[in-house]
Write a protein that binds this ligand. Structure first.
Ligand code: ZN
Length: 113
């Protein structure tokens, strides 16, 4: 599938990586920051925190409407300065808040020499 879609398969499965050949990368570490470092080192990604895909179903997110934000009971009360996205498949609201800031900081620290 990866080769048909012109994608690179990232996997912790050695056998699958071997079968994928040039279209696959065996991800060595179980630690996510090490994984990012490895894949960035191969020039496959430019590390950064982006809210572009749903973490549950991988559907591309779109900007949330005011109504979607207001109807999500788990949304933060203060929307000021936050960017909201919506998964149309799961009907799930995402936003950049302290968790995203924390991840961004960890990522920068992890990748700095
Ligand atoms: Zn989703």
């Amino acid at each position: 599938m990866a080769s048909k879609d012109d994608r690179i398969l990232l996997t912790r499965d050695r056998e699958l990586a071997r079968r994928g050949g040039a279209q696959a990368v065996y991800v060595v570490s179980e630690d996510v920051m090490e994984q990012v470092r490895q894949v960035a080192g191969l020039g496959l990604i430019e590390p950064g925190i982006r809210m572009s895909r749903c973490s549950l179903c991988n559907t591309r997110l779109r900007p949330a409407t005011m109504r979607e934000i207001q109807e999500a009971r788990y949304a933060p009360r203060s929307t000021r300065g936050k960017e909201f996205s919506w998964c149309p498949a799961c009907r799930k609201l995402y936003w950049m808040g302290s968790h995203g800031d924390h991840l961004e900081k960890r990522l920068k620290e992890s990748l700095s020499p």
